[in-house]
Design a protein around this ligand. Structure first.
Ligand code: ADE
Length: 352
């Protein structure tokens, strides 16, 4: 059984992208959360503006949906420059990258999403393009092959990745600034939800935005997705406004539970508990049992479950904590009752 994550999928479709872009802030002043990151980014942007230079290359890393793309929009907007968007997997040949690079104007921002998935031969073209603003392009093949050096305008790469560890050292070293994007607090998410509701012109009760914030897995993209669903639910089946009761009904229909876990999260936890006795077990085994990609589990499902203490990563693999058993109302197996399977357990050895 493959469970589709409808409210917090990794990919965003073009339709959704349009709605989200109307909700995302375009200025740093409007950005909610990531206080330290925003303060440092503001300094970088102000100093570059004062020098009348493009910003140095910036890498954002962290789980999906936390604002990496939004920040790239803000950087280009604040610098008054053009944003060109691409992604690691779409740059399958060096030629694709060279084409984009040679089209860039001075100060343009090149956003490369999922930069860790860029093929290595393409990546090697990016090193001199980032460091010296030039690319050596091989024209033709065989005996007629010639290397042509192309000078580029001074531009800025903004890279985004859910896997900083998967980036090669030479690529990581070419970023002047590296920022970690973290989960948001419920208060921050509530402000984001209230703002989005105002932009969408949907009345929302304070209790309802608190509830949505609580169930948004610390993630603005999830918060906005839940809000859009609850709005649709209310417009189609209720009075168009979002009361606490309406929000709860809509969320129940979407199988988003009290802790914000959805069907995919619960399937993951149940797999560890029911198929592997609570663990520890390897992520590849869990993925194979669930018929899911292990990358999806590692990048999309696990970060929030680790953060909230539903699972632990130990040297022996993943294991469900006492909180998971309780949350799913499952019994701890005989003989393991005494183990303190909790996020605060002192034997919770994190692996590297
Ligand atoms: N919409 C999505 N993310 C946001 C953020 N961090 N601040 C304000 N609005 C947002």
């Amino acid at each position: 059984m493959v469970i589709e994550r409808r409210v917090s999928a990794k990919e965003i479709n073009p339709n959704e992208e349009q709605v989200f872009s109307s909700l995302r802030p375009s200025r740093l002043d409007e950005y909610i959360g990531q206080k330290d990151l925003v303060a440092k980014l503001r300094i970088t942007l102000e100093a570059a503006s004062a020098r009348e230079e493009p910003v140095g290359h910036i890498l954002f890393h962290g789980p999906p949906g936390l604002g990496k793309t939004t920040l790239s929009h803000i950087i280009s907007h604040e610098m008054g420059s053009r944003l060109v968007k691409t992604s690691g997997p779409s740059l399958s040949r060096p030629f694709d990258l060279v084409g984009i690079l040679t089209d860039l104007g001075p100060g343009d921002v090149l956003f490369i999403d999922e930069i860790h998935r860029m093929p290595r031969p393409v990546e090697e073209y990016l090193y001199p393009a980032m460091e010296d603003y030039e690319v050596d392009f091989i024209s033709q093949q065989g005996p007629m092959a010639r290397s042509i050096k192309i000078n580029l305008k001074r531009y800025t790469v903004v890279g985004a990745t859910t896997r900083p560890g998967a980036l090669s050292a030479p690529l990581r070293d070419r970023f002047e600034r590296v920022h970690h994007v973290d989960f948001y607090s419920e208060d921050e998410l509530q402000i984001i939800i209230d703002r989005s509701a105002a932009r969408l012109d949907v009345p929302i009760e304070a209790g309802a935005s608190v509830e949505l914030a609580r169930r948004s897995r610390g993630t603005p993209r999830t918060a906005n997705r839940l809000l859009l669903w609850v709005r649709d639910f209310s417009q189609a089946r209720r009075d168009g406004a979002i009361s606490l009761e309406t929000a709860r009904e809509a969320l129940a229909m979407e199988s988003v539970d009290e802790k914000g876990l959805d069907a995919l999260d619960r399937h993951y936890l149940r797999t560890i508990i029911e198929q592997y006795g609570g663990g520890p077990t390897g992520v590849e085994a869990i993925a194979a049992t669930m018929n899911e990609e292990s990358d999806t589990l590692v990048d999309v499902v696990e970060p929030y479950l680790l953060r909230t203490g539903f699972v632990q990563r130990t040297r022996g693999g993943r294991r469900a904590t006492l909180e998971s058993f309780r949350h799913l109302a499952l019994n701890v197996p005989e003989g393991r009752q005494g183990e303190l399977w909790s996020a605060s357990g002192k034997d919770a050895a994190e692996d590297s």
